[in-house]
Write a protein that binds this ligand. Sequence first.
Ligand code: PLP
Ligand code: ZN
Length: 506
Amino acid sequence: MKIDRFPSEMQPYVIPEIHGEYVYRCLGCESCFGIDELLYTCPECDSVLLIEDRQWDRLKEVPGTQWRRIFDYRKMLNVPALSGIYRFHELIGSIIPLEDIVFLGEGHTPVISANEAMSDWAGIRFCFKNDGQNPSASFKDRGMASAFSYLNYLISKRGVREVLAICASTGDTSASAALYASYLSRDVKSAVLLPQGKVTPQQLGQPLGSGARVIEIPGVFDDCMKVVEYLSENFSVALMNSKNAWRILGQESYSYEIAQAFDYEVGGLAVAAPIGNAGNITAVMAGFLKMYDLRIIDSLPAVIGVQSEHANPVYLYYLEREEAKRRFRPVTVRPSVAQAAMIGNPVSMPRVIKLVEQYRKIAGEGSVRIVQVSEQEIMDSMLFANRNGHVACTQGGECLAGIRKAVAENKIDKDRTAIVDATAHALKFAVFQDKYFLDAFEPEFEVVPKPELQNAPLSLSLPDSIPNPAKGKLSPGQFNEFVEYTSSVIAGILDLKQLKREKRKR
Ligand SMILES: *Cc1c(COP(=O)(O)O)cnc(C)c1O
Ligand SMILES: [Zn+2]
């Protein structure tokens, strides 16, 4: 809809103004730093950073109800820059001019209600939010749209040139970074570091297809991360991991979209996310807290973080109930089907600690829970979900297993509606489905297939007496013979009932 067709009182708001004063805020010493250059850690104390708008309070001059209307009206606007995560421009990047925004179709992923069979099985009503329907098929595109829009702003307004965007990845970060870099290929090149043999073939193909330099490194993600951190401290590169606080800002859009999808009534929800490097769960909490601060929502949803037993440092940290006694200890990961979350030393841990504290202060001790699930539960949950109309990846399965566990352990109220993050598309992780179907899991995974969840193609072979189209062109008569024979075999396999009407003459 054209701007002049909007109600006159909305017109000044639907196209956002460029304003605000963004700074990096250190989570350790609380110092602030300008955003004229990319910073990843505090120059004074080395802690991680978050981005803050020093003029945030100006946004409170607009009532929460008005913000809701602004975001809802923006849905009708045909402006590409505001069609993705930047529908929420004021909350995630109000200093970025619209012409610098990179929009590749990210965000606004569907929220799909589970059917009754699934809800009964989980013990709670729930919906998947299909973040696998983003352009590179994972939620990482939300953060990359933000980080690359900022980079594009530095290029166009600050004369930054010849950027090398670099990241370490469990697969999806690199697919996404390489995609966004390729859109800016005139000024940006990209390189990705992957743990050798620890990403799926689909995930390896993605950055290759986008033209990135792909470097495989022996070890696991945590090892790649150390290398890329060293590179970013000693060489001129743009680090695209979620240590880059612009990523977190963009990923907050996930929470804004949930609020909008539920007409801003989120107090009865339980929002669940799998935890790997912990950027996503950070953004989920930060997003809801910001909306609460602006009174766009009047209560906070419960938040559930989910980890596999094979990569569970955040779970172990919160197992200690007494805050003063908690000590963070990285773990050595074991092979996990939730490979994108197979991280033993999450970079965003200090952010999580800070935000959980803020969240619990407002919404109560029970408002944030961390649960852990087994590899078996992850696989069974994913396969069961996908047999009921979903397209969940292994991490989506992990997340679903997590809410089921939280219900069983009385960690969430059954009257809530859970929002389960299907963080990537099922197709990216097809190898794990194959392993399950073929009973080919290496013992370290500790997954034993359940026959009722397995599936396999059935390959027909023809006896020599039946004409075979694979062996050369058939005459019409031979072809008929082939079709009739094959159909009768299939009718037998599928136990089909013969139609009662007269056989049609050919
Ligand atoms: C990156 C990723 C995760 C983990 O998210 P973090 O922000 O690292 O905690 C989970 N699922 C998928 C599919 C991912 O790509
Ligand atoms: Zn500091």
